[in-house]
Ligand binder design. Structure first.
Ligand code: 5CA
Length: 442
């Protein structure tokens, strides 16, 4: 992408409304624009990062055996009257009437609708286990939308829903998502700690929130320091291995970790003082096992091996991609801007032409841009007329992992400079060496 042809409205001034660093940087880098309270446009740079986050979430859901579909954002009130949540959900639910005066709502979550899909088609235990998910916009009329897309009213959620014959099988499904979440957050460059959590309006009594530690987080959390360096389940994890997954779950829940709602002061004080961690955190995922809460009231039953009808056991599993983007920034930035982990960077590398219009610089940049694009890199090329200083500041702000700088003096020697955004390390080398180095580092 040539920057001169891209749409990346950088803000020079620090936006006054931004209280936390991720919100400020997302506005400054031209990633998002607020349309009304808690409702955002994802501008092209932000959309690129969001797509990369979604791709990783999707890959790990698929690896764990979940199957993607897409449900509508608008739901009929009738489904929610069946489960009893239409009244119970309260003011967070945006209620709408259609032209025929039918009660509709903009979905805050999809337990009812997926249960309806399930009961319409699945009649036998032979079709279980089943886990269906989508990545879809939700609306919750939050009392206090704030921090940009961290707590918004309209937001993207990956929500998965599992169906099993027995509680024992449902716990296996829960453990699959538990392991998939550990892998997902790790690939996003985050250390997420699973903590015992309250279940709120979703229900059930077996639930974990996945929390990223950050001073700006909205949750107060308590845990053992051991969580800061634990092994993540590998790519070879066998999701059909019930005992293996239970061992992963047991290992990851053997030490104390709880959000403030579930906090047990006595148990926490049982940890040696130097291993206690009391901090703030951002909830990036939340998983629930709630048994037959929806299947019972909505009549989701299958025939079991015994020939009898069984009400299915369910769980639901949420991740917030539009919250993850600012969470990643909270975890990875410096005074100059964002530092993207490679896995979600909007571009893999940026070529900075320090003197656009200079024939030698233009040729060097064109060569690098073309070669690396051809090699499969997502390239940004700053070919604008801006001053070199502005270009450096922009590249640092938007946090692309590698900067390749072509200035007249170096280019006269056939050389460019490579800068690593994370470490700040700079290296001068020939143009070919630079191209080869990047290709080799993939
Ligand atoms: N149905 C269940 C799981 S699928 C559910 O709705 N869970 S939830 O309420 O915990 O939300 C799941 C995830 O959505 C949260 O962990 C969080 O990452 C994200 N999320 C929830 N509310 C917001 C919000 N207002 N803004 C941004 N992300 C949110």
């Amino acid at each position: 992408m040539r920057l001169s042809r891209f749409f990346m409205p950088i803000l020079k001034e620090n936006p006054k409304e931004a209280e936390i660093v991720s919100h400020r940087l997302m506005l400054r880098a031209g990633m998002i624009r607020q349309q009304s309270a808690g409702i955002y446009t994802w501008l092209p740079l932000g959309k690129r990062v969001l797509d990369k986050v979604n791709a990783i979430v999707r890959e790990e859901q698929n690896r764990a055996g979940a199957i993607e579909l897409l449900m509508p954002t608008l739901q009929s009130a009738e489904l929610w009257q069946e489960s009893g949540r239409y009244e119970a959900y309260g003011d967070e639910m945006l209620r709408i009437k259609d032209r025929n005066k039918r009660d509709m709502l903009y979905g805050p979550t999809n337990e009812e609708m997926i249960t309806d899909v399930f009961r319409s088609y699945v009649k036998s235990y032979k079709n279980l286990p089943l886990n269906l998910y989508h990545i879809q916009l939700k609306f919750r009329d939050e009392r206090r939308p704030r921090f940009g897309t961290m707590r918004s009213r309209e937001f993207l959620m990956k929500d998965a829903y599992s169906f099993d014959l027995t509680k024992d099988d449902a716990i296996h499904s829960y453990n699959k998502m538990f392991a998939a979440y550990l892998r997902t957050f790790d690939r996003l460059g985050l250390r997420a700690i699973p903590m015992r959590a309250d279940t709120g309006p979703i229900g059930g009594n077996h639930s974990h929130e996945f929390i990223i530690l950050a001073d700006t987080g909205e949750s107060e959390v308590f845990c053992h320091k051991s969580f800061l360096d634990r092994d993540i389940p590998g790519i070879d994890t066998d999701f059909d291995d019930k005992a293996g997954l239970q061992a992963i779950f047991d290992g990851w829940t053997s030490d104390y970790a709880a959000t403030s709602e579930m906090h047990d002061e006595a148990a926490f004080n049982g940890i040696s003082e130097d291993a206690r961690l009391s901090a703030r955190g951002i909830e990036v995922g939340h998983i629930f096992y709630f048994g037959t809460k929806y299947s019972e009231t909505m009549g989701a039953k299958v025939q079991g091996p015994d020939g009898k009808e069984h009400t299915v056991h369910m769980g639901s599993y949420g991740i917030g991609p539009t919250r993850l983007v600012p969470a990643i920034i909270e975890a990875s930035h410096d005074e100059n801007g964002i530092i993207w982990p490679k896995s979600v960077a909007p571009f893999d590398a940026v070529v900075i032409n320090m003197k656009s219009g200079d024939a030698a610089c233009d040729t060097a940049c064109d060569t690098i841009y073309a070669s690396l694009s051809k090699a499969g890199f997502d390239m940004l090329y700053d070919d604008t007329d801006d001053r070199a200083g502005t270009k450096f500041a922009t590249a640092d702000l938007i946090g692309v992992p590698v900067q390749i700088v072509a200035g007249p003096r170096a280019v006269a020697n056939g050389e460019v400079e490579i800068k690593d955004r994370l470490t700040g390390a700079r290296e001068t080398m020939t143009i070919d060496a630079a191209i080869n180095k990047l290709i080799a580092s993939r």
